[in-house]
Design a protein around this ligand. Structure first.
Ligand code: NAP
Length: 325
């Protein structure tokens, strides 16, 4: 008998075909996220759980693991795995996996999309044109933005995606690259002429501050009031990591007070964002709906990698991408 798995959202035909070769699939067929109660019932019999992306269903925690005595693997279709209670999973001997590498370039592309669109006010000025405000008398100085080329970028979290951003910054835009991690990365320093610095130094020197760390207890609200006050008033802040790595109320105040110049945001403390959120009425803020890895090619690559991880564990092999301590 094949092991039973639960899939929390619609998957592509080729991924389903691959999974069906090795597993019996039960799948959430409803709209949106699978409700927590449904998930808790569904995991009772399964050996594998396939989840992730925008449908992450909350913590894989003690409560869920206790209700899933047969569970061996939770495969996330995302590189972030902040939905895992890693300690509880280790205790219950459940392996967690993610999908690193296959999305790095796509997320780095979005980082530059946000950098350019905030710096050159592309969204604001797109509206300006479409609303018929562009007239012969328009003073071009009113449309000025900030240069990206030759500026200083500060990358907080020089990991796989951070490096893909650094490569674009260095070789595409001739930028000076600063970075902050808990550990230095001499190879990255050599490849991108990157300078390691303490967080405070990065914040005071960078023209573009890009946050790219995972969400962990240590990075929760890593950037808050104190950090925004350290940034240049002309700084552009970009967050593509997770919403909770930033104290969003402090970000709103920093933008309102002119402590920073602009922000480009892919992630938010609450997703989907509350339509009343003040960020949505600021012309110097570019918002996109958590689309860092959202291209058709990358989606399928991530989905297939997650399927391979899940099948590996269920067939007694080592997964490609185990996560944990
Ligand atoms: P990664 O290769 O693990 O890189 C993460 C980097 O963050 C590492 O270099 C790590 O260096 C640094 N870091 C971790 N904790 C830190 C801390 N407390 N202070 C400073 N630096 C810290 O991960 P990745 O693949 O680049 O992905 C990073 C994150 O991006 C993911 O976890 C996910 O949350 C997010 N992401 C978002 C999207 C999206 O759609 N918006 C898409 C993909 C990924 P040290 O260990 O040396 O500190």
């Amino acid at each position: 008998m094949k092991p039973q798995i639960y899939v929390t959202y619609p998957i592509q035909a080729e991924v389903e075909a691959f999974l069906r070769e090795h597993c019996d699939i039960r799948q959430w067929q409803g709209d949106g996220r699978v409700p927590r109660e449904t998930l808790l019932k569904e995991v009772a019999e399964v050996e594998g759980l396939y989840t992730g992306g925008s449908t992450i269903v909350g913590q894989i925690d003690e409560e869920l693991l206790t209700r899933a005595p047969r569970l061996k693997v939770v495969s996330n279709v995302s590189v972030g795995y902040n939905n895992f209670d890693v300690e509880a999973m280790e205790k219950h001997q459940v392996i967690g996996t993610n999908t690193p590498h296959v999305l790095d370039e796509t997320v780095a592309d979005l980082a530059f999309g946000l950098i350019l669109s905030t710096a050159r006010r592309m969204v604001e000025l797109d509206r300006f044109v479409k609303e018929g405000k562009w007239e012969r008398t328009t003073d071009y100085r009113e449309l000025f933005g900030k240069d990206v080329n030759g500026a200083t970028i500060g990358i907080i979290g020089m990991g796989r995606i951070g490096e893909a951003i650094a490569r674009r910054a260095k070789f595409g835009f001739n930028m000076d690259v600063l970075y902050y991690n808990r550990n230095r990365k001499p190879e990255a320093e050599a490849k991108y002429s990157a300078t390691y610095c303490e967080l405070e130094t990065l914040l005071t020197q960078a023209d573009y501050v890009v946050l790219m760390t995972p969400l962990t207890p240590e990075t929760y609200h890593l950037i808050g009031e104190e950090q925004f006050k350290l940034m240049k008033k002309s700084a552009v802040f970009i967050n593509i990591s997770r919403g909770q790595t930033v104290d969003e109320a402090a970000l709103i105040r920093a933008l309102e007070n002119g402590d920073i110049h602009a922000a480009g945001l892919d992630v938010f403390e609450q997703e989907p964002i509350d339509p009343q959120n003040p960020l949505l009425s600021m012309s110097n803020v570019v918002t996109v709906p958590h689309i860092g890895s959202a291209t058709a090619q990358t989606e399928i690559a991530m989905a297939m990698r997650a399927a391979q991880n899940l099948v590996a564990v269920l067939t007694g092999k080592a997964p490609l991408d185990p996560v944990g301590k």
